[in-house]
Write a protein that binds this ligand. Structure first.
Ligand code: NAG
Length: 211
């Protein structure tokens, strides 16, 4: 009987601990360091509705750049309310000839919705099957986590899309930037990619890489 009672209290305390650890949200506290699990939580008494609202995607990104495109993220680093929720969103502006170069998000799957214009999008699966589609306004496409993918403007006018992610911090690694905007030594790039040194040097010149 005594043991049963003790067990009962242990179970009770476990239940109350479980409940104590449940929080509605964990708005990012940018004054504390960021870790693999995201930002620390802001004190609930300091949280306001503005932590859950983000205005940064209401204006088009600046596409006057080498890719004629802009990615405006609303990840946990920009939008404190998504911290800890496993979701985030970004805006893609693609001018005519705009390209979001081949890239991966190591930490998230992505879903894209075309709001304006035409976008040709695709990804390459682990078995090297290439999945490609030209998407029109209202179309959506999903890009599985970690796979290389791209989006390019598929028409003669500006295109706009929103992409959401299954992480508050999906990460972004652009293949061309990893190779040609870094200090990755050229001989090793040639050796590991089989791309001619002249081409590597040319692309490093364009993108600002060294080595
Ligand atoms: C867009 O970016 C270009 C290149 O950095 C810059 O010259 C231009 O002023 C920017 N335009 C706006 C509207 O910010």
């Amino acid at each position: 009987m005594k043991i049963t009672l003790i067990n009962f209290f242990i179970i009770l305390s476990l239940i109350s601990f479980t409940h104590a650890s449940v929080v509605d949200f964990c708005v990012a506290d940018y004054t504390a360091p960021n870790g693999p699990a995201g930002y620390s939580c802001k004190k609930p008494s300091k949280v306001t509705v503005d932590d859950f609202v983000y205005h940064g995607l209401s204006i088009s990104g600046n596409t006057s750049n080498i890719i004629n495109a802009a990615v405006s993220p609303a990840f946990d680093a920009q939008f404190p309310g998504v911290n800890g929720l496993g979701i985030s969103i970004a805006r893609l502006d693609l001018a005519v000839d705009g390209v979001i170069p081949l890239h991966t998000h190591p930490g998230a799957s992505e879903i894209l919705v075309v709001v304006q214009g035409t976008i040709c999008a695709g990804f390459v699966a682990s078995d090297n099957t290439v999945y490609l589609k030209t998407l029109k306004k209202g179309d959506i496409m999903v890009f599985p986590q970690g796979l290389l993918h791209f989006q390019v403007n598929g028409g003669g006018s500006t295109a706009l899309a929103f992409v959401s992610f299954s992480s508050a911090n999906p990460g972004l690694q652009i293949l061309d930037f990893a190779l040609f905007k870094s200090d990755f030594p050229t001989p090793l790039i040639v050796q590991t990619t089989f791309i001619d040194a002249a081409v590597v040097k040319k692309l490093k010149g364009v993108l600002g890489g060294s080595g």
